[in-house]
Write a protein that binds this ligand. Structure first.
Ligand code: AR6
Length: 167
């Protein structure tokens, strides 16, 4: 696919077909991006998580729900590895991006906004989290034409933009 683009802002405000949520295995909400998405999207997202994912989701996997009141149509939930808790298998982080794009293709989504998965509460070192995001999205075989990496702060935005420039 074309190179991803770097965006600075709040992922919940993105006008895209699908926003990606950095969830956990239980899929019942949490802090960070997960908290923001459930807060802004409203209770329909949690209802759909419970209905469609009674057992939650495995680390490295992706699954979709409604986006509720968000401008997006779908939320694609992924579960990144929890580096802070000792989950250090990088293939699981790469898998989150690949699987999210596969789910997007199945939905017919053409635009998607990713957060930097595992790079917050889960503590994945920021430069490697950026590298995994940019390289995996850029190499994916997908019908998605607009893939954004949404950075919350200026320093992270700069890291993402610099890595994209090196593609
Ligand atoms: N928009 C864009 N980026 C954001 C936003 C936002 N609204 N909020 C945070 N970030 P995190 P993780 C950035 O912690 O590390 C939850 O409790 C943040 O600065 O959301 O995968 C879940 O339920 C960081 O760079 O996700 C899980 O238990 C990045 O998004 C756990 O946290 C990801 O940070 C998942 O932790």
């Amino acid at each position: 696919m074309p190179a991803p683009t770097a965006v600075r802002g709040d992922i919940t405000a993105q006008r895209v077909d699908a926003v990606v949520n950095a969830a956990n295995r239980a899929m019942r909400g949490g802090g960070g991006v997960d908290g923001a998405i459930h807060r802004m999207g409203g209770p329909a997202i949690l209802d759909d998580c419970i209905a469609r994912f009674p057992q939650g989701l495995a680390t490295g996997d992706a699954g979709w729900t409604t986006a509720g009141a968000l401008p997006a149509r779908w939320v694609i939930h992924v579960v990144g590895p929890n580096h802070a808790a000792g989950e250090r298998d990088r293939a699981l982080l790469v898998s989150c991006y690949r699987r999210a794009l596969e789910v997007a293709d199945r939905l017919g989504a053409r635009s998607i906004a990713f957060p930097l998965i595992s790079a917050g509460i889960y503590g994945w070192p920021k430069p490697d989290a950026v590298d995994a995001a940019v390289a995996t999205i850029a190499a994916a075989d997908t019908a998605v034409t607009d893939a954004r990496i949404v950075a919350f702060d200026e320093a992270t935005f700069d890291l993402v933009a610099e890595r994209i420039a090196r593609l």
